[in-house]
Design a protein around this ligand. Structure first.
Ligand code: ATP
Length: 830
């Protein structure tokens, strides 16, 4: 036995040695390439001194290309080289641009029959797979980029359909050192030789080793162990919409991020800087942010939380579920449309309001002041707002007076109302209607003043009209009137105005129930009068809708275009600058956010509300899409309404659907109780199959009187059992409490509200009171849990990679084994 082990070890050592030689060769070649790139940079700098425009442009383009290249080459990858495939000869002898043979199918005579009647074959080609492609000086491939077509067999080959692959090897390395190799033999029936010697096979279970690794607070890439069904999604052509379904832990997020890297590789010119990944929470953004840099794609993809998609806005608070349900609903589109128009009558903000009052002097013919207007109470159509804190009912003046042709001309409330209705009949954004409003005011004044009747000669009339318009409209007082009567509205101001219950009540009449409007209004009070107060993620979608309805006062400008941009048409230039720029704050990045992307990836798509689909849809009007999600994890209660909004955002583009079926996160022992909750939440929906098992069943405990003490004890216990992270998931309204309970336990443990747990994973998870998380049996609502609540609980139960503890309180009605009512095995009961 010992002798056999020694043989295995010596084969392993020899194979590790062989891979080490290859890796050394790769690094030598990389050093040469770095040297070349540096030379190109220097050369370019010298060329700059020539100074002709052509030479400068050429220099810039060269600096750009060399810099980009150098940047990549210099990236410190943890494992630059991670895979290898040994292949049979292909059907034809053609090679692709990376130097590898292109044929997927083996040649007809690849497998022959030996003298003993057994099939045998010879390895015709060996490819190493890594994070970047590297060619040797003679253009033979030293490393194939994992995204290149030639690398696909590394991910796709299965024993049932091996293609040309005989042996697939995962190479574990750190920096420049190879640590281990794990082989899969895909044609075990063959005797295979490589360079005349029998092909050795070492170990098994590269995937299991990857899955069993302790988790940190940052997601890792899965580049060395992407599975065939995942690879098909990652490499799906970018045309149209790619929809990816699959249960918890099937790798949807991982696949989405690898797909972004793949698309960049496929068509860098099209996608650089233009891929948006939308995540539900900032926590998930922080968790996944490191994956693309580890794939060599830093700075080229924008990963944003739903609450950070609007310039200068950042969601920091949660709405309670009732309020969220209304704010996320498509009904809000109509409410906001009315509000955007009604806001023209809002009282002006304090400082501006005083100015307006000052300008409303009674002297119609004062020096330089032909015009005046009166601020007056009383509303015009649409519904008049009520100023808060006893403010005036309306901010808009209801009379305009000018002196023209020596006499006073006035437009009264009715005339102004008619003009406003005529303008608002259009579909343009409200702020952009202002020029038309101005035009119609001047028309009406001209008419009232009898301007048309004074001139019979059309030419003279036109000239006089021009002078009239110029005289009147260049007066400060006319502009002041216009500012008050058709003020420039900002989304924040309109949203803040919606905190007025009566005003919102009018804007939402026959759209929202009065109680719904009241709840929304109350939640908006936190914005304050100026609208600068804290926002919820749902408020951000409302703000964006208002941007669209109002015609936003210009968004912050995009960066100045570099002349080279136009010269070469390379968008990537800015991306390169991004990489080299010092790290910018999230707010700064948000301020520079572009609003139209070439590809939009939506993670946890099941959670987007209709208003959020509109928000995201506006960022991908001309984009192709990848949409990943799992309806069984949805925390949005009205799936049909969301589906409609999703269809609208994705338009008529054709869709391609994929489903991932294997759960890589949860061991079978944890997936089992989770599946019971799934059966309650969505009867008939199948849970994905767990790929591994730990032999450790979940622990069920009961809290007793000291809930905080019990939570702390159970968390400590999990910390002792796992090497990596521990997540403690509680009902949303217990978050602050939970943080206190866990104080001082170190940064391996985190307290999370149930909605914050979305997409995340921890080695150990403590789920505190399933009933509270699912909203079951609350003292004021003793009924059963809603399907939405159960889905939220399902998410919480599927976060663990190693250990799960479920802690019950009284509301959970635990059985004598501590198993809460919602997780009980009902299969025997039927
Ligand atoms: N092929 C793979 N090799 C190694 N690890 C994998 C593979 N596929 C997925 N994983 C791991 O499984 C875990 C779950 O993946 P991921 O978070 O992408 O799943 P998900 O489908 O988005 O889950 P959820 O729906 O619960 O958010 C991650 O730790 C991921 O790295």
């Amino acid at each position: 036995m010992a002798a056999q082990d020694a043989t295995v070890d010596s084969v392993r050592d020899r194979e590790i040695g062989a891979e080490q030689n290859h890796l050394d060769q790769v690094y030598r070649r990389l050093a040469e390439k770095i040297h070349e790139a540096e030379f190109l940079m220097d050369d370019a700098a010298r060329r700059g001194q020539v100074g002709t425009p052509g030479a400068l442009a050429e220099r810039d383009a060269q600096v750009f290309r060399a810099g980009l290249h150098l940047n990549r080459l210099n990236s410190e990858f943890e494992d630059f080289l991670f895979g290898r495939v040994d292949l049979l000869p292909g059907k034809d002898g053609e090679r692709g641009p990376d130097g590898a043979y292109t044929s997927v199918e083996p040649a007809d005579d690849a497998v022959r029959t030996g003298p003993d009647g057994a099939p045998y074959a010879e390895i015709a080609e060996t490819l190493h797979i890594g994070r970047l492609g590297v060619l040797d000086a003679d253009y033979s491939p030293l490393v194939i980029d994992w995204r290149a077509p030639a690398a696909a067999p590394f991910y796709r080959a299965t024993p049932v359909d091996p293609g040309r692959v005989v042996r697939r090897r995962v190479i574990r390395s750190k920096g420049r050192q190879v640590l281990g190799v794990e082989d899969d033999l895909l044609r075990p029936e063959l005797t295979v030789t490589l360079d005349g010697a029998e092909l050795p096979v070492v170990g098994d279970g590269a995937l299991m080793a990857a899955l069993g690794r302790a988790r940190s607070h940052a997601m890792r890439d899965i580049v060395s162990s992407i599975q065939a069904e995942q690879d098909r999604v990652i490499r799906a052509p970018a045309a149209s919409v790619t929809e990816v379904g699959g249960g918890p832990g099937t790798g949807k997020t991982a696949v989405a991020l690898h797909r972004a890297a793949y698309l960049l590789y496929q068509d860098r010119r099209r996608y650089a800087g233009g891929i948006l990944v939308v995540s539900p929470t900032p926590l998930l953004v922080a968790y996944t942010e490191g994956v693309l840099p580890s794939l060599g794609e830093e700075g080229q993809v924008a990963i944003r939380a739903l609450g950070s998609l609007v310039d200068g806005a950042e969601a920091t608070v949660y709405d309670d579920p009732e309020v969220a349900r209304v704010k996320g609903s498509a009904r809000m589109v109509k409410v906001l449309r009315r509000a955007a128009r009604a806001a023209l009558d809002l009282p002006r903000p304090a400082a501006a309001g005083q100015e307006a009052a000052g300008a409303a002097g009674p002297d119609p013919a004062g020096p330089g002041g032909q015009l005046t207007f009166d601020d007056a109470a009383g509303g015009t159509e649409p519904p008049a707002p009520h100023g808060r804190a006893g403010g005036p009912a309306s901010g808009a003046p209801d009379r305009l007076r000018v002196v023209a042709f020596g006499s006073r001309v006035e437009l009264d409330a009715e005339a102004l109302r008619r003009i406003r209705s005529a303008v608002l009949g259009g579909t343009a954004p409200v702020n952009l209607m202002r020029p038309r409003a101005r035009r119609l005011l001047l028309d009406a004044l001209w008419e009232r003043a009898g301007g048309g009747r004074r001139y019979t000669d059309p030419e003279l009339a036109a000239e006089a009209r021009g002078a009239f318009d110029e005289d009147i409209s260049t007066e400060d007082d006319f502009t002041d009137f216009l500012d008050a009567w058709w003020p420039e509205l900002t989304p924040r101001r309109v949203l803040a105005a919606m905190a007025d219950e009566r005003w919102l009540g009018r804007c939402s009449r026959r759209i929202l129930q009065p109680a719904e409007a009241r709840r929304v209004a109350r939640s908006l009070r936190r914005l304050g009068a100026d609208g600068r107060g804290p926002l919820s993620v749902h408020d951000v979608a409302l703000l964006d809708e208002l941007y669209a309805l109002l015609g936003a006062p210009a968004r912050p400008k995009k960066r100045e275009a570099d002349p080279l941009d136009q010269l070469t048409g390379l968008e990537e230039l800015t991306t390169w600058a991004d990489r080299n720029a010092p790290r910018r704050s999230r707010a700064e990045r948000a301020a520079e956010e572009r609003t139209d992307y070439a590809h939009v990836i939506v993670d946890e798509a099941q959670d987007l509300t209709p208003m959020q689909w509109r928000l995201v849809g506006r960022r991908g009007r001309h984009a192709t899409w990848t949409v990943v999600g799992d309806p069984a994890q949805s925390s949005w209660p009205a799936p049909e309404e969301a589906a409609e909004a999703r269809d609208e955002a994705l338009g008529r583009r054709p869709r391609r659907q994929f489903t991932l079926t294997v759960n890589y996160r949860n061991p079978a022992e944890i997936a089992k109780p989770a599946a019971r909750v799934l059966a309650l939440a969505m009867p008939g929906m199948e849970a994905p199959e767990a790929v591994r098992s730990t032999g450790v069943e979940p622990r069920f405990a009961v809290a007793g009187a000291d809930a905080g003490g019990a939570v702390r004890r159970e968390a400590e216990r999990l910390l002792g059992e796992v090497d990596g992270t521990v997540g403690v998931v509680v009902a949303m309204d217990r978050r602050a409490e939970a943080r206190r309970w866990l104080a001082g336990l170190g940064d391996r443990v985190v307290a999370l509200g149930s909605l914050e747990a979305k997409g995340l994973e921890y080695d150990g998870v403590l789920v505190v009171s399933p009933a509270e998380i699912a909203g079951k049996g609350a003292p004021d609502d003793p009924g059963g849990a809603s399907p939405t609540g159960l889905r939220v609980l399902y998410v919480a139960l599927t976060r663990a990679t190693q250990r799960l503890t479920v802690l019950s309180g009284e509301r959970d009605r635990p059985d004598p084994d501590g198993v809460p009512d919602l997780l009980r095995d009902r299969s025997q009961e039927a």
